[in-house]
Design a protein around this ligand. Sequence first.
Ligand code: RUB
Length: 276
Amino acid sequence: MSASRETYEKIKALEIQGAMKIAKAALLALTRDMIDLPGEDPQKIVELLSSARPNEPMLRNMLKLFVREARGLEGEVQLNDLASSILEEIEAGEKRIYEFGAQLIHEGTKVFTHCHSSTAVGILKEAKRQGKNFTAFTTETRPRFQGRITAKELAETGIEVYHMVDSAGKYAIDGADLFLFGADSVLPSGYLINKVGTGIFCVVASKYDVPTYCATHTMKIAGDRIDEAVEERDPSEVWPDAPPGVKIRNPAFDKVHLKYITAFITEKGIQKSILD
Ligand code: RUB
């Protein structure tokens, strides 16, 4: 199996999850295949990897950048060097996001977060590294329980964590100092896309005057699309043996209007809007 096909399957099955991780894995798979299968059309590989999750501009933008910059390059060393330099640049940006975001966390802060965003987790780990003691409230994130990954990673860092079912989110938001989450996509139509549940929690946060911060690299801006439909996943993730007559809906993400976002934390700083 080609590296791209294998990575496509892993991304689709959520063995690799989160916008940043899937973009990096896709870049490495494309690089591998451009080295191992020089006869293959890189555009076809990009199309395959992009189709694994439809709401992932970071993945699409990184692959497009690689194909553009790889023109004229040949062989393993040159292609690997290009992939490394793109990844280094992205990782430097992630580090800046962590540092900017950590400025929002103080001694005793109560942070609510949802799903698993490596960017949001990176911010909280950085705040902890700086010696701040604070509490995180995490949600399960049904049906695939990515919130458990967040809870585990934060607890392993020594952060105090309270974990709850999604529908208990109000108990944590009422009294939280901020709601921190990641993004899959920021759409020029004025919405962001993040894990299903983000929308309802943003509305609840606005009700309780809790500021909402979306931590995202600007490469997640969907420059190639004004708008996009949200990914609907396999109904069996919600109820594998649902009785006949019960129709299941399983949207993976929420499209959240930007009016609900207090500010974005990007590699450029903390800013009200990232579309200007
Ligand atoms: C993950 C999710 C994350 C964003 C951002 O959804 O919604 O908040 O992808 O993650 P899924 P990151 O588990 O379905 O991929 O900050 O790591 O890019």
